[in-house]
Design a protein around this ligand. Structure first.
Ligand SMILES: [Zn+2]
Length: 105
């Protein structure tokens, strides 16, 4: 089965501490069923100084989210939606918005 969310999609988080946030998908980790979303689920990492005299740093990083925690924002109707699959006569598979029925590439 293909992934219903792809890199570059806009999504909305539907549960967890980031609920309601939206952002663009930066990466899809297919095996783990997780995605990385721009500006969502930021974590702070403290890095230790590597050399004497260097200061430790705080780096903000996008932590991956479970795919089940997000829904696609349809590029046509701009609503958060579940994705359906549509298979045409040539057996090509498309993603389809459940709300407006638009085909999504
Ligand atoms: Zn739509």
């Amino acid at each position: 089965m293909g992934m219903k969310i792809k890199k570059g999609d806009k999504i909305q988080v539907i549960c967890g501490k980031s609920r309601g946030k939206t952002g663009a998908v930066l990466a899809v980790k297919k095996e783990e069923e997780r995605i990385v979303v721009e500006g969502v689920n930021m974590i702070r990492r403290h890095t230790k100084p590597r050399r004497k005299g260097e200061k430790g740093q705080i780096i903000e990083k996008n932590a991956p989210l479970a795919l089940s925690n997000v829904v696609l924002i349809c590029p046509k109707c701009t609503k958060p939606t579940k994705v359906m699959y549509f298979i045409d006569e040539a057996k090509r598979k498309f993603r389809q918005c459940k709300k407006c029925k638009a085909m999504i590439s």
